[in-house]
Design a protein around this ligand. Sequence first.
Ligand SMILES: [Zn+2]
Length: 311
Amino acid sequence: MINQRTILKPVSMTGIGLHSGAKVQVAFRPAPADTGIVYTRTDLNPNVTMKCTADNVKDTQLCTALVNEAGVRISTVEHLTAALSSLGIDNLYVDVNAPEIPVMDGSAQPFLYLFASVGIQELSVPKKFIRVVRKVRVENEGKWAELTPSESGFNLDLQIDFNHPAMDRDKQHYAMTFTGEAFARDVSRARTFCFMRDVEFMHAHNLALGGSLENAVVLDDNRVINPEGLRYEDEFVKHKLLDAIGDLYMDGHSILANFKAYKTGHDLNNRLLRALLSDSSNYEIIQFADTQKTKSNAINFLDAKKTLTAF
Ligand SMILES: [Zn+2]
């Protein structure tokens, strides 16, 4: 049996907002079973609360945002979501005093550190997994992403295709069997990346005012300009994988499937999740009392203790 999880006690962090460049505070509080991941904008009067679901995800030029019916948004949720996915946290209150979650270092690692510092609380209600039973595929202009049924948990296989002198051809593919531990060790530190020409464009349009070499890998026409270089040889594809893991967790449920994608991004990942959820014959909701339904290795899939010591 795998149960639902939250954090053991409240904790908060402060960082820079990617869009505004201003200081942002975000507080995390434990939530009861079946709450989901619930965000509150505490800077608005009255406060605005919205649940993280696939339907209110909006891809923007810079990040993934949650947007409710009234147009209130909370941006830059994707790396936090990836960290939650790797810890199996499915219930949490997230209170933020700005329209965005702090970007931190552009990876998922600061969130893992934070949750490691407070610990994980197991709740007494079984966790619900989405098990894919039928192939779902989305495509757009030569890019594609698909989910197919898996007998062994959550497997990911992602290919990017950049023609750039600093991006080796043989470092643009990555495949992994997802466990919280493998994510923390091999993927969580991969930072977002962008090109100098994009940075110049964004700053000229007053966008990404908080973006810097502190929270992104930046490439000019020939090389990585961050003085510290890369954290992994294949940091670029690993960051795309990190994004996909976050994007596929926007509904707050771990997916049991094979995920395979070519040149995918937030938009396509979200379309894939929506396509999956749009037809209930694509999937079934299972709990791990139901282990006879799958030969999955998912019992070890979300070992929070291993995840929290792997990075
Ligand atoms: Zn990202």
